[in-house]
Design a protein around this ligand. Structure first.
Ligand code: ATP
Ligand code: MG
Length: 157
């Protein structure tokens, strides 16, 4: 359905803030105004839950997670940046594969099946968006994805 992405995203972040562990701070960098996207809210919530949960899971105590949205010409660019352990450069692209877990020894105790990002990728692509990651070991990880904007000004509609 047609959704104002920014107000929807504020609600998602509000919900996370109520029970964010480890003194982690969620920093919003969201534009003001209306940006309408056509989306399945339940599925988009699954995408964001997966990505933000990972950012929390792999963040250090007291870390900051930046939640950004930028308006590009025909789409929104959503970014979730953490200050966690990061991912080796040769493994970054593999994290979207089913059952892939970057560091078995280290991630075993953090739990999970390795399906979260594979599902997120499928769902983002079903919305005609793209998803990718940038990461630096020891510095942190940023997950990016895009969502096409609907025609913004249909006056009188
Ligand atoms: P699940 O999401 O199914 O509970 P998971 O979190 O292990 O399990 P994915 O979300 O698919 O699986 O992530 C795949 C792997 O990518 C993770 O196991 C982890 O190694 C790595 N990864 C994902 N997000 C981050 C992040 N923010 N920082 C560091 N590593 C990450
Ligand atoms: Mg996950």
């Amino acid at each position: 359905e047609r959704t104002d992405f920014i107000s929807y995203y504020h609600h998602i972040i509000d919900r996370f803030e109520m029970h964010t562990p480890k003194g982690i701070h969620l920093q919003r960098e969201l534009p003001k105004g209306n940006y309408n996207v056509w989306m399945d809210k339940d599925k988009m919530t699954q995408v964001l839950d997966n990505i933000i949960s990972n950012a929390i899971k792999y963040s250090p105590e007291g870390g900051t997670i930046k939640l950004g949205v930028e308006h590009k010409r025909h789409h929104l660019l959503i970014s979730i940046q953490d200050q966690g352990m990061g991912i080796a450069y040769d493994k970054v692209d593999k994290i979207f594969e089913r059952f892939y877990r970057a560091d078995k020894a280290r991630t075993r105790k953090l739990g999970g099946t390795g399906l979260g990002l594979a599902i997120a990728k499928e769902l983002v692509e079903a919305h005609h968006g793209q998803i990718w990651a940038k990461s630096k070991e020891g510095k942190g990880t940023t997950i990016y994805f895009t969502l096409p904007l609907m025609n913004q000004k249909r006056r009188g509609a």
